[in-house]
Design a protein around this ligand. Structure first.
Ligand SMILES: [Zn+2]
Length: 312
């Protein structure tokens, strides 16, 4: 049985926030309760779905697979383009780390990101809980990927100069334990790069419980920038940098919040056919979201937050 406690401050009491179901992938009709911690205000699903139930909420082809039709290949070119933000942030963190060594991308999916890092001369490895995703990372992107959990990963302590976690921590029952495992695997002065949705964003205010960043029931934790910073500090890291704009995530999140059924991954998962008209409509919505995403980020209220932190 997983404890139903706030992962930021360990308090048990929470005030009801809203109820929501799986609006994006429709894997269940069940309603889930979101609460806000009475002590620190961080939001979480309460009670969290047990670990044994979670796999039912993750569709088989949840991660990205580029080996498909022409639309998939267009989508991949787009994803490479919009990952430039992430790559630049990672390269900065890698330079800042006085430690040398490889990079580990946790939750690597099909390995697009670590594959791009390898092409730029950074030795990057992947880790994912999906065996199929790992196989694709090897075969599709030439990324050595390990199937498993970071807490039990087959690496020596202090192996890595940098560990990345893009949209990982919000999916976990015990993100602090995960950060602790990452810290053990980092060399002295190693860096961690974390990205999570930001519940204190203007998009979250605008869309309420229909905000894409809540992604019920897959997101068990719903951080504000201050929540993830506190968790990193408690876990033995010092915050070095924050970035509130993500070209990949924020405009697309705006579009998906407005029209989840137009989201290309959601269409594939739901078995709905996609044509260029669907893609164009989605792109128009994301285009409308772009100025909003730039504005909220300028006020440090972007719908995702990327942080670089140093191992203390
Ligand atoms: Zn709390």
């Amino acid at each position: 049985m997983d404890r139903d406690l706030c992962v930021r401050c360990n308090a048990a009491d929470g005030d009801p926030f809203f109820e929501q179901t799986d609006r994006l992938y429709n894997t269940t009709q069940r309603q889930f309760q979101m609460v806000r911690c009475r002590q620190c205000g961080m939001a979480r699903l309460s009670p969290p779905p047990p670990a044994s139930a979670l796999s039912a909420y993750y569709p088989d082809r949840y991660w990205f697979d580029a080996r498909g039709d022409q639309l998939s290949r267009i989508a991949e070119s787009y994803r490479v383009l919009v990952l430039r933000d992430h790559i630049a942030f990672i390269e900065g963190a890698y330079r800042h780390a006085k430690a040398t060594g490889p990079v580990l991308d946790t939750g690597c999916g099909g390995g697009l990101l670590p594959g791009l890092l390898r092409k730029r001369g950074i030795p990057a490895f992947g880790l994912d809980s999906s065996l199929t995703a790992c196989a694709l990372a090897w075969s599709g992107n030439g990324v050595p990927a390990v199937n498993g959990d970071l807490n039990k990963a087959p690496f020596h302590p202090r192996s890595f100069a940098l560990i990345t976690m893009f949209h990982v921590l919000e999916h976990l029952h015990h993100p602090a334990a995960y950060l602790g495992a990452a810290r053990d695997l980092l060399r002295d002065d190693g860096r961690i790069v974390v990205q999570v949705p930001n519940r204190a964003s203007w998009q979250a205010l605008l869309f309420g419980k229909n905000w894409n960043g809540f992604d019920v029931p897959r997101h068990l934790q719903n951080f504000r920038a201050e929540d993830i910073q506190a968790l990193l500090e408690h876990s033995g890291f010092t915050i070095m940098r924050r970035k509130f704009f993500s070209l990949r995530d924020n405009p697309a999140g705006f579009a998906t919040s407005l029209a989840p059924r137009l989201d290309p991954v959601a269409r594939r998962v739901r078995g709905l056919p996609s044509n260029s008209l669907h893609l164009a409509a989605y792109a128009v919505l994301a285009g409308l979201g772009l100025p909003f995403a730039l504005l909220e980020a300028a006020f440090a209220r972007g719908s995702s937050v990327m942080l670089e932190a140093r191992k203390r």
